[in-house]
Ligand binder design. Sequence first.
Ligand SMILES: *Cc1c(COP(=O)(O)O)cnc(C)c1O
Length: 389
Amino acid sequence: MSVSMSTSRKAQASAELALALVRSSVRKLEGYIPGEQPAIPGLIKLNTNENPYPPSPRVLRAVKNAVDVRLRLYPNPTSSALREALAKFHRCSPEQILVGNGSDDVLALITRAMSDPAPEGASPGSSLSSRSVVQFLSPCYSLYPVLARIHGAVPVAVPLAADFSLPSRRALERGGSWRFDAALTFITTPNAPTGRGYATGDLRKLCRLQTGAVVLDETYADFAQENALNLAFDFPHVLVTRTFSKAYSLCFQRVGYAVAHPEIIRALDKIRDSYNVNGLGQVAALATLNDPAYYRRNFERIKRSRARLTRSLERMGFEVLPSQANFLLAKPPSFPAERWLGLLRERNILVRWFKSPEIRDYIRVTVGSEREVSVLIAAVRSILQNHER
Ligand SMILES: *Cc1c(COP(=O)(O)O)cnc(C)c1O
């Protein structure tokens, strides 16, 4: 008894010692909470917007062929072959492209390069220097405020319009908390978790109003009717980020990139880790760009399934937001959304629920394969039938 007491007291004392070494701002941080990745056999995993289809056979072959004694060597430090291929793909120059360890890495680099840390305890408000403002229209990708806090900048969340569309200039001015001079503005387009696409014309107008940097996070652009990549070529203060994760079935490999003015790319390049993109990731991404037809077919399949799932859910009483992405945000009938999460989980289907007030009445469902969509529809039908009885 006394032995275990003193052991636990010792453990506590060293934990306190260790914690005291950590910067106070880091101690207070709440990290990003990623969607679950449970290893349950047969689980239908519709919670993190992964692509249901495998990478192209060419990609799998290229990665397998690269696994040999070369693993002992460092990868290409500037992802040069991949940047050249991306430049060809987007009709720009490699100097306009920076590759990262997933686009999350790129978003973190952008936050560090484009915004200033604020004095401790600073909060949003007119006295806060615009240099420390990292703003976004919420709900959106929930990593942005975490990146801002890690860096010591101040996240400012400004609500989207009630139907989750982009607010007009007048609405932003009236709301009072939007900063047209913010050092950094993040826009997820198409948006997550709402699925809404924003018209390029509206994004262009918003970019024109901003004096600081604007990031258009186009993770889901391949599932949308239009994209705003040209804004990165038209404006020196606009950056577009893309990723191989969702549309190109490469989450595991962690490859994302930014397209921006060469001066901005040079700045980001200075602060990244020297080998920030792993070698197999570079191989996989390069092979991906060599098989565009394969991926175009998958985009079409996912868009067809998205339409079928939308129709079926609507017939069963769900209110489904129009989606330009590979997921749907839907307000379910009969039970609270959080309960649906549990009811579906009992049937081995994992979807996502967010407890933030604007979207707590919704569930977010990734568009899976044709079979997964059918299983989901059947499960929803059976849940509703059991409820009626
Ligand atoms: C998934 C996601 C990312 C992260 O992508 P990675 O390239 O895998 O890091 C970034 N932005 C949004 C909106 C996402 O949904």
